[in-house]
Design a protein around this ligand. Sequence first.
Ligand code: DX5
Ligand code: ZN
Length: 232
Amino acid sequence: MSSSPQTCRINPSILSADFANLEAELGRISNADAAHVDVMDNHFVPNLTLGHPVVERLQKISPVPLDVHLMIADADRWAPAYADLGAASVTFHVEAAAAPIKLARELRARGAKAGMALRPATPVEPYLDMLPELDMLLIMTVEPGFGGQSFLDVTVPKIRRARAAVEEAGVDVAIQVDGGVTDETIIRAAEAGANVFVAGSSVYGKESPADAIEALRAGGLQAMPRAAANAS
Ligand code: DX5
Ligand code: ZN
């Protein structure tokens, strides 16, 4: 009874891209598994990025699937529209959802993978029974709101516990980490059991984002078998 090992997926965050040239910036990450799109509303987090009309356009022109991360209040109300526009996955914050199970079902019914995110200080344990309702669990490794922050090592035990719970339940739920992911921190996150890695500044901050993606993927892949060994 095991869903491991899963593939190692690298989803660059376009939060660190040039917002005036998003089509070209997406073209620079065409070897990524998905483009991570951070939607912020200046309520749930103290920052404002882009919203539905822009994501709708990105969906039409992106060479890779969209992985939408909603850092917005009242997720129950706004998230389904991102599934409707064709995003491959839509992730809402549990802290911003009144009825997370209902919302996850709604996202799946509209054809998207359902993701649920936890802020660094939000424990995973209260939500373990709802793992079968999800396709992805996003464990934030920084406080959401801004790119370029340092990876919070305090979240590593939570990644480990989440991976153990996924294995025990025998469900196919990806574990995503987001924030401060670099060539160095991806090793710790992958060893703990993460298999989807969001990286903003460590991809777009490099001269070749495509090479940065390959380097992250190689590092993550190498560390992931150790995660499987640790879990067994
Ligand atoms: C932060 C966002 C992240 C951000 C990560 O709230 O959710 O996706 O872009 O940026 P880095 O990789 O620079 O920490
Ligand atoms: Zn994000």
